[in-house]
Design a protein around this ligand. Structure first.
Ligand code: ADP
Length: 262
């Protein structure tokens, strides 16, 4: 039981968006952006209309991971028209200001920017609504996460963690925060679960299975594990996300499990 919401909760999603799913983590650097982007691409490969909002003020990743260099344009209603990359409609806090500036924002400014990105982006239209908007949150359990739940109705959250104890303690805290704001946790993803050596043995660098056990212990759906994979890292750095192969298929499976709950 995640408990009753303790703060006011929004009752509407952004215009022309059918479902909003946030992706959070307790700690930074656990692969939240990597997982959220690849989940978004997995949902897209299922044939859905998908948007990805890069709301990580501490390190916007859309420009690098997707190679988007042109910021959104504006339509007649002064809404941002998001650039499209790999079939995803994308907006990023990195398009609003330069990254160094966003880092030093105080809570209210960050929340305001996020609200603007959510509600003043033309994610869809009355005729062609977006099926799912994936929001890549900043790591942690701060103001931004809290205000977001007060500004827009969220269908659920995905929590990304490595299996390491340090990461899991913070991931648990993220789960608690979502519970307090009445946001249903739709799944836990264990990233960097192991590394497959050349001879095929799994090397469990951060101790495999921790996030899976946390999910089971808290009675939350476990979406799957993602190994440490040089190809996945390279794909992010090259702005060439993996769309086929074993890794992409993993994300397809996770996307299916996620969509089944929406
Ligand atoms: P976060 O959003 O949690 O800060 P990122 O998604 O930016 O984390 O990932 C941090 C770094 O680790 C990036 O360089 C990313 O490419 C790399 N990374 C994340 N997940 C994996 C993985 N499963 N295999 C290899 N590299 C990964």
């Amino acid at each position: 039981d995640q408990g009753k919401p303790k703060a006011p909760v929004a009752t509407a999603r952004p215009d022309h968006v059918r479902h909003v799913v946030v992706v959070g983590s307790g700690k930074g650097g656990v692969g939240k952006s990597t997982v959220s982007l690849n989940l978004a691409l997995g949902l897209k490969r299922l044939g859905l209309r998908v948007g990805w909002l890069d709301a990580d003020i501490y390190g916007p990743s859309a420009p690098v991971m997707l190679g988007i260099t042109t910021p959104p344009t504006f339509d007649d209603n002064k809404h941002m028209v998001p650039p499209v990359a790999f079939g995803l409609k994308v907006n990023s806090v990195g398009f609003l200001v330069d990254a160094d500036q966003a880092m030093i924002w105080r809570g209210p400014m960050a929340s305001q920017a996020l609200t603007q990105l959510l509600t003043q982006t033309a994610w869809g239209s009355a005729d062609v609504p977006l099926d799912v908007l994936i929001v890549d949150l900043p790591p942690g359990t701060g103001d931004v996460q809290l205000t977001l739940t007060q500004k827009t109705l969220i269908d659920g959250a995905v929590v990304v963690s490595t299996p390491q104890d340090m990461a899991l303690i913070d991931a648990r805290r993220a789960v608690t925060l979502f519970g307090k704001t009445g946001t249903k946790v739709l799944g836990v993803v264990e990233n960097m679960a192991y590394f497959l050596g050349a001879d095929g043995t799994a090397i469990e660098i951060f101790g495999r299975g921790g996030a899976r056990r946390m999910a089971e212990g808290l009675d939350l759906p476990f979406l799957g594990e993602v190994p440490l994979d040089p190809g996945l890292r390279q794909a992010s750095d090259d702005a060439a996300p993996l769309q086929t192969g074993v890794m992409a298929e993993r994300f397809d499976e996770m996307a299916k499990a996620l969509w089944a709950q929406l």
